[in-house]
Design a protein around this ligand. Structure first.
Ligand SMILES: O=C(O)CCC(=O)C(=O)O
Ligand SMILES: [Fe+2]
Length: 285
């Protein structure tokens, strides 16, 4: 007997006793922040060398800071991680080659011109409370955050997941929703998301206490100069809303160097020979 042979029937109307009319229904959508992730981003060999480099710089890391959105004061509140500002022309070139594809996936249109990069390390009790990356970028409505993860294998730390919160659009404003996506900080993976999206690093543990067993990142903030002109096909309109949420936490319009001492450098142009593009879907017939 075919499972598709259904008898036609008139659907039952749910009467107004069961569902009375009312104007008390929600008009506040919960919208996920767009993300784009790559596994095996640099490849095992280079990821391993970069991890060794991070470990070798143990003595040069400093306690990471946060900027208070209201007072503009720099403190350690809500954050326990170590930071070392760095630059890498090789890493920047890879980023530049990825960005056309990342921008397509994220529905991002503005031109991106500069980056700010730090190595970070989370050990026992490491964490970074809920925040946006507004204080790291020129225009939070168009900037991207990228976090590249490194760790020893087997992994010497627990916890340390990245939580990327959904955004609740309510009362003409935007704020973090209760729901979130969890990103596992897996070795040699990178995640891109809007710098204006709320996110946090949940507490990490490091039973050995050895620096080499920490959770490491190469974290980059990629800035655009300002909003892109909306095109006729501009169907992806979450970006201005994310910026709206972040503006409330934004103490700086511009940064020469950020509160962890990182200075912006120019983003190189994508190399036409090596840049990534969205592959065409394979046909099935
Ligand atoms: O380490 C992570 O997963 C995210 C770090 C972060 O949010 C930041 O450094 O601003
Ligand atoms: Fe962040």
């Amino acid at each position: 007997m075919s499972g598709y042979a259904m008898e036609s029937a008139t659907p039952a109307e749910i009467g107004i006793q069961a569902l009375p009319p009312s104007d008390q229904w929600s008009t506040a959508p919960v919208v996920p922040a767009p993300v784009c992730r790559f596994e095996n981003f640099l490849g095992a060999e280079r990821a391993g060398i970069l991890l060794s480099y991070a470990i070798s710089r143990e003595a040069d890391f400093n306690a990471g800071t946060v900027l208070d959105p209201l007072s503009g004061q720099v403190s350690h509140k809500g954050r326990s991680s170590l930071v070392l500002p760095v630059t890498s022309s090789v890493f920047s070139a890879h980023l530049a080659d990825c960005l056309p594809l990342v921008q397509e996936v994220l529905g991002h249109r503005a031109a991106l011109t500069q980056t700010l990069t730090v190595l970070t390390s989370h050990g026992e009790g490491g964490h970074y409370g809920i925040h946006t990356d507004a204080s790291r970028v020129r225009d939070v409505g168009t900037a991207l955050s990228a976090v590249y993860y490194l760790h020893r294998e087997p992994r010497g730390f627990g916890g340390g997941q990245l939580r990327l919160y959904d955004t609740l659009l309510a009362d003409g404003g935007a704020r973090p929703a209760e729901s979130y996506r969890t990103i596992e900080p897996e070795h040699d993976t990178i995640v891109f998301f809007p710098a204006g999206a709320f996110h946090e690093v949940v507490p990490s543990t490091c039973p050995s206490g050895h620096f080499a067993d920490h959770r490491f990142t190469l974290t980059t903030w990629i800035s655009g100069a300002g909003p892109a002109a909306a095109g006729p096909d501009d169907t992806f309109r979450i970006w201005p809303w994310l910026a709206h949420a972040a503006e409330r936490t934004r103490p700086l319009a511009d940064v020469e160097h950020d509160h962890d001492g990182a200075s912006p450098i120019a983003l190189p142009a994508a190399d036409p020979a090596t840049r990534l593009t969205l592959p065409a879907p394979r046909r099935t017939s």
